[in-house]
Ligand binder design. Structure first.
Ligand code: NCD
Ligand code: ZN
Length: 382
């Protein structure tokens, strides 16, 4: 079974009228646990997705409309084959993405370029001059999908990084070391100590987003760091711990990088994101792969969540009685960090359950979405 984004959007069209009023009330019960009476609807400033994969021209038409239906802007990841390395390449890619969104969505793709050992100062200057490139993505070579062009040693990219800092652009960091002798669950914490702290010692003004944080270590590091350091958080790292990967057998659709972590880390990441701290903001890391590339002897990393991104975040925030913090996280903090105006439109979430399809069309294949075949309690009103 497959469905197009538009038909799904139609199926989800609400009969409710958007309301500003919510029925959320929190009370602190015994043992300090916050209880929240269920909200029926929630209206917030239209959000942005500051970490999104939409893939190449053959597939992006099937996924972009999911994001553009809800989000005003998205920061598009550059890990295509070959990667998007120059402002010129990013401009062409951006035009394709913008054309894939219905015009009525008014969707704006913003771009980040793929940092390599060979990125030149002149390329950084051209990227800055483009007006639509927000920064550079640092993928340690070998860390994740299509990262073989990535930086082998940050010292090699030092000149480019200094220019990024000088121009006030942002370095988006995939924060994992890749040495074979480091346990896959420890790679983020090790990256902070071995790569990120020394990098910031050399370039203290550098504006950094630690992408898709997954550990208490990262949440604490970012919270304690100066203003120029922020983080994005995905829905999966707030909703699931690593047990999800092995529940009753191996579960490739829960496999992403950085990999899901222990429960204590999930709790810490969720607490940070829902705390109201401006350093944490929404970046889905929605990363679609064809079904066969996930359900394979060597399955790809990446979870597709664009079909219900905002409902997933609402589920996570609601689980800790923090729906009142969702708007800051989803719609204000990222725009403020990127020094862009906050959006002026609104979107409304309604407490209205729907069943996620088993799969969606994806190029000449299908993609299995996050929560496939399961119920999601929140719906974005059309
Ligand atoms: C991403 C992808 O598939 O492009 N995969 C993932 O598991 N997150 C790459 C990335 O962001 O690491
Ligand atoms: Zn990603």
């Amino acid at each position: 079974m497959s469905a197009t984004p538009r038909s799904v959007a139609r199926a989800l069209t609400s009969t409710f009228r958007p309301r500003r009023v919510t029925t959320t009330r929190s009370t602190v019960g015994k043992r300090g646990v916050v209880r929240t009476r269920a909200a029926s609807s929630l209206t917030l400033t239209r959000p942005d997705d500051w970490h999104l994969h939409v893939r190449d021209a053959s597939k992006l038409g099937d996924v972009v409309p999911f994001t553009s239906a809800t989000f005003k802007r998205a920061l598009i990841m550059p890990n295509l084959t070959p990667p998007v390395r120059t402002a010129e390449e990013a401009g062409k890619y951006r035009d394709l993405i913008a054309a894939a969104a219905p015009a009525s969505d008014g969707f704006e793709p913003h771009m980040t370029l793929y940092l390599t050992d060979n990125t030149t100062v002149e390329q950084v200057e051209a990227a800055h001059a483009s007006g639509f490139v927000r920064g550079y993505k640092l993928y340690p070579a070998g860390a994740t999908t299509n990262s073989e062009y990535g930086v082998t040693d940050v010292a090699k990219a030092q000149k480019a990084i200094e220019k990024i800092a000088e121009l006030g652009m942002v370095l988006q960091v995939h924060g994992e070391v890749t040495h074979a002798n480091v346990d896959v669950f420890d790679r983020e914490a090790k990256f902070i100590k071995e790569v990120l702290i020394p990098l910031l010692d050399r370039a203290p003004e550098l504006r950094v987003v630690m992408e898709h944080i997954t550990t208490r270590d990262a949440a604490e590091f970012v919270a304690a760091a100066p203003e120029n350091i922020a983080a994005t958080v995905t829905p999966q790292h707030m909703l699931f711990n690593r047990n999800a990967l092995f529940k009753g057998g191996i579960r490739p659709h829960f496999y992403c990088l950085p990999i899901l972590k222990r429960e204590e880390h999930r709790e810490a990441v969720l607490a940070a994101a829902s705390s109201g701290n401006k350093k944490f903001f929404l970046g889905t890391d929605s990363a679609p792969h064809p079904k066969g590339a996930k359900e394979a002897a060597c399955g790809c990393a990446g979870i597709f969540s664009a079909h219900a991104a905002l409902p997933f975040y609402a589920m996570a925030f609601e689980s800790v009685g923090a729906l009142d913090k969702l708007e800051g996280f989803a719609s204000h903090n990222g725009a403020d960090f990127y020094r862009l105006p906050r959006n002026t439109e609104t979107v409304t979430l309604e407490k209205k359950a729907w069943k996620v399809p088993d799969e969606y069309k994806f190029g000449d294949s299908v993609v299995v979405p996050f929560y496939a075949g399961e119920e999601v309690p929140w719906t974005v009103a059309a």
